[in-house]
Design a protein around this ligand. Structure first.
Ligand SMILES: [Cu+2]
Length: 118
């Protein structure tokens, strides 16, 4: 019985720690959002890593598996993004790793800066 009780406490503490870290994450996300206006000029310092999954030059769109996009409050995922300039798509191929900056333009997540990562 004692062992079970200890195990129960350990699980409870583990749960509390997970909850605490989730709350920390939300605080961090809110802080980033609040700083959005002042952070706009330093977007180059906040590039997100991505990997090219699909390129649609005619539509000016690219499918990326991307890391967290802090300025958009977006978690890592695979999604379709617009590119500000279709010529950006000439620099990359499916499978390439890249770094990019994205902003919401007319409701669509749009890549405004892109560079290949080694
Ligand atoms: Cu996304």
């Amino acid at each position: 019985m004692k062992a079970f009780a200890k195990l129960g406490v350990a699980i409870l503490m583990g749960g509390a720690a997970a909850l605490a870290s989730a709350q920390d994450h939300q605080h961090a996300a809110r802080g980033a959002d609040g700083a959005h206006e002042t952070a706009a000029t330093s977007a180059a310092a906040a590039l997100t890593e991505g990997e090219v999954r699909k390129i649609d030059k005619e539509a000016g769109k690219i499918t990326l598996r991307h890391g967290e996009i802090k300025n958009l409050n977006m978690a890592a995922m695979t999604m379709v993004l617009r590119v500000q300039d279709p010529a950006m798509l000439d620099q990359v191929q499916v499978g390439d790793k890249l770094r990019f900056a994205a902003e919401r333009v007319n409701g669509a997540v749009t890549i405004v800066q892109m560079q290949k990562a080694e």
